[in-house]
Design a protein around this ligand. Structure first.
Ligand SMILES: [Zn+2]
Ligand SMILES: [Zn+2]
Length: 348
């Protein structure tokens, strides 16, 4: 690894009215309590697209939070972090408030700090400045591409933990990165059958490759009879909404079994209407989940190290910082990608 840190670096910056723009910026100086990470890869997340489209992103923002890399420099006050260490980066939190102590550190209102999607510049850049508490070491046997995908799997794992079922039948609605990651994780937990509902053929094929027992196309198939047939008329023990389509919540409640769970993992910004009686008559639970924990990321990385999990088939496109603005316009915004991985620095 090259340990000389250059004075400037390429970065992809959001500019009002122009969108994503490649710029040359100073490399961040290292605060006494900070760490500089040399980025290997950063995945492009659906939430990055949502932020760009929202109109609420500040001019000059650097996105990018699904990052793997190596520690390039440590501040004077930092111990327990070594230059060269292979890491992923997750938000930090106070560790002591009601939310942190209840196991939901992502709700911390005291000192949640996060790169790329919150208060600190992100990793669509050669270097990113972080706090030591944000670092999760990457175990041996996990390469930098897989490591950069750990957070997407952790988000799906968090949905499974929020529902809390050890096994059963499961329907995954939507085969984007989160839905496909969920299919893979449900197979590791012996859910059966696992069914993926997704209108795009290549995503259904990846669902099968990831271990789904059946797939269906909600736009062209008679899905009602299919659900009946796949679950012996009972409906699914767990239904995970991963598509972002508001109408799917009512559909999920129709297809969940009596006593079953519906969990909304996708972030749906529009209003949705449901029939509350469906919940009464099934005693179904409707829940949602948000973010994920360090422990969930560590578990995903361990499964990757044990070769039980390989996220890399999710990578539909590889690009670099120079081409990212163009790929964003041509492929990502047009919905033609699954996971776009931006190759930035030296891979491991
Ligand atoms: Zn993300
Ligand atoms: Zn807290």
């Amino acid at each position: 690894m090259d340990t000389t840190i250059p004075p400037t670096m390429p970065a992809v910056v959001f500019r009002q009215g122009r969108g994503l723009v490649l710029e040359e910026l100073p490399v961040p100086s290292v605060d006494p309590d900070g760490v500089l990470v040399q980025v290997a890869h950063t995945g492009f997340c659906g939430s990055d697209h949502a932020l760009i489209q929202s109109g609420e992103l500040a001019d000059g923002s650097i996105l990018g939070h699904e990052v793997s890399g190596r520690v390039a420099a440590c501040g004077k006050a930092v111990s327990d972090v070594a230059v060269g260490q292979r890491v992923i980066v997750r938000p930090s939190h106070c560790g002591d408030c009601r939310d942190c102590r209840s196991g939901r550190p992502y709700f911390c209102q005291v000192s949640r700090r996060t790169i790329g999607i919150g208060d600190m510049p992100g990793a669509f850049a050669e270097y990113v400045h972080v706090l030591p508490s944000m670092l999760i070491p990457v175990p041996d046997g996990v390469d930098s591409s897989n490591a950069a995908l750990a957070e997407a799997f952790a988000a799906s794992l968090h949905g499974i933990h929020c529902v809390g079922r050890p096994n059963g039948s499961a329907l995954v609605m939507g085969g984007g990165t989160i839905g496909l990651a969920l299919v893979r994780l449900l197979t590791l937990m012996d859910f059966n059958p696992i069914v993926l509902s997704e209108p795009v053929a290549v995503k259904r094929e990846l669902g099968i490759a990831f271990g789904a027992h059946a797939v269906m196309d909600p736009l062209t198939e008679e899905t009602g009879p299919r659900v009946f047939e796949l679950t012996a008329g009972q409906g699914f023990d767990a239904v995970y909404e991963c598509s972002g389509v508001a109408d799917n919540i009512a559909q999920a409640l129709d297809w969940v079994a009596r006593g079953g769970d519906v969990c909304i993992i996708s972030l749906i910004f529009s209003a949705a209407s449901i029939q509350p009686l469906t919940i009464n008559f099934k005693e179904a639970r409707l829940t949602g989940c948000y973010s994920n924990t360090h422990a969930e990321n560590q578990l995903i990385l361990r499964w990757m190290a044990e070769k039980r999990l390989d996220g890399r088939p999710l990578i539909s496109d590889r690009t670099n910082l120079e081409r990212l603005p163009q790929i964003y316009g041509e492929r990502i915004a047009a919905g033609q990608t699954i996971k776009v991985m931006v190759d930035i620095g030296e891979a491991f």
